[in-house]
Design a protein around this ligand. Structure first.
Ligand code: FES
Length: 162
């Protein structure tokens, strides 16, 4: 568009922006862009690779067919739960040697890692396990059985089935 000298200025032909205003706008846009990119970047951060540990306390439903002295191992738990005439008890199946999960058998438990054997009460029959398997706290209320993997109780502690 050609401007004729001396002619009135058109509203569509604005004054050139003063340098100070241009710098102010540029810094405003820079700050807004940095904020936006920072926000988008923080949303794309990797999530923490921490898996919440399952609760140490869990409920168990013993099958009606469970015979006295027969171990019931709830899925995903390192615990053997028993029911007999004296009550209900739970024994940890974590080997006291190096922490492998022991397998229950007719005599008690056997560790697949280094061959330790335990009797039906968790007592050590053959090493290298240094200690008996831990008995765990059991709470019974009505038909609900709750086992706490985090709380050991004295060996032989059985809870009466209410
Ligand atoms: S971890 Fe069980 S015997 Fe070594």
């Amino acid at each position: 568009m050609t401007v004729i000298p001396g002619s009135p200025k058109s509203r569509l032909d604005p004054d050139p922006m003063p340098r100070r205003d241009w710098l102010g706008l540029a810094s405003l846009w820079s700050a807004a862009s940095a904020l936006l990119f920072g926000l988008v970047g923080s949303m794309r951060l990797p999530k923490a690779a921490v898996v919440a540990a399952p609760s140490k306390t869990f409920k168990v439903t013993l099958p009606d067919s469970l015979a006295a002295g027969e171990a019931f191992v709830p899925a995903g738990r390192a615990v053997a739960v028993y029911r007999d005439a004296e009550g209900i008890h739970a024994i940890s199946t974590i080997c006291t040697h190096l922490g492998c999960v022991v397998k229950s058998n007719a005599e008690g438990f056997e560790c697949p890692c280094h061959g330790s054997r335990f009797d039906a009460t968790g007592g050590v029959v053959k090493g290298p396990a240094p200690r008996a398997l831990a008995w765990l706290q059991v709470k019974v209320s009505g038909s609900e059985i709750q086992v706490d993997e985090g709380k050991a109780v004295p060996s032989g502690t059985k809870v009466k089935n209410a």
